[in-house]
Design a protein around this ligand. Structure first.
Ligand SMILES: [Zn+2]
Length: 249
């Protein structure tokens, strides 16, 4: 399977290259990058997820559940989904659904940086400036993760491999219901196209694990080009992709 960074895969689990995905709510990771997360896990990477909130203020799928019951359900679904994807560690920050922009930025960056230093990722994936949907939590997390990554990249790395930062960008494979917010900041162009055929069945199982959020899956299934797409698109933010013609100019 195609990997974001070519890296020699060793036999020992402890030597596996690490990919850390940083997202805001349960299901963000699956619907925006689930194929790539699963594909890397299948290829022998250690894939870890930072989920900044429990998604406890989602309006859909709440039914008659109390706040506490709904939060428990969201976390149960997240656990099932990451198991399907092959994610081997979850860092649940529980910053409060909807509260990320109001938090102290320095404290948030410090928490993310601590995880990066602890897990030593070769690849970090998060939202781009548009946050896919313009959700304020997504947009804030883009900013915070980028700053934490900038500090992490300046520190020492295992084997002197420079870490790389990728942003998810809108693609056919991302459900239409995630793209309809007004005043969404401009998105960056995709510079990396990832074939997700290898991880597709795992991504599908993860999407189905979000029983309370089936409207998202239905939105994708109702859009044949999206449902049939086996591609997730990314913008490599660091190191920046230099176009061939610019390189040769
Ligand atoms: Zn979200």
């Amino acid at each position: 399977m195609q990997a974001l960074v070519e890296f020699p895969i060793k036999r020992s689990y402890h030597d596996a290259p690490v990919l850390v995905a940083v997202f805001a709510h349960p299901d963000d990771e699956t619907f925006s990058a689930g194929g790539v997360l699963a594909g890397h896990a299948l290829a022998g990477w250690s894939v870890k997820l930072v989920c900044a909130t429990a998604g406890e203020r989602a309006t859909n799928g709440r039914g008659a559940l109390s706040d506490h019951e709904f939060k428990t359900l969201r976390l149960h679904e997240l656990t099932m989904a990451i198991e399907a994807l092959g994610v081997d560690a979850l860092f649940l920050l529980d910053w409060g659904d909807g509260d990320i922009p109001q938090r102290n930025d320095q404290e948030s960056v410090a928490e993310l940086l601590k995880i990066m230093k602890q897990t030593a990722p070769v690849v970090v994936i998060t939202f781009g400036p548009d946050g896919i949907s313009g959700h304020p939590d997504h947009v804030a997390l883009h900013r915070l993760t980028t700053e934490a990554f900038r500090q992490y990249a300046r520190s020492a790395h295992p084997n002197d491999i420079s870490p790389q930062l990728y942003y998810v960008t809108a693609s056919a494979a991302i459900p239409l219901c995630c793209k309809d917010r007004e005043n969404t900041p401009a998105s960056l162009p995709p510079t990396v196209r990832m074939d997700i055929q290898a991880g597709w069945e795992r991504k599908r199982a993860a999407m189905e694990a979000y029983v309370s959020q089936q409207h998202i899956l239905q939105s994708l299934q109702n859009n044949p080009p999206g449902w049939q797409s086996r591609e997730e698109l990314f913008h490599r933010a660091y190191p920046p992709v230099i176009e061939e013609n610019k390189k040769n100019a």
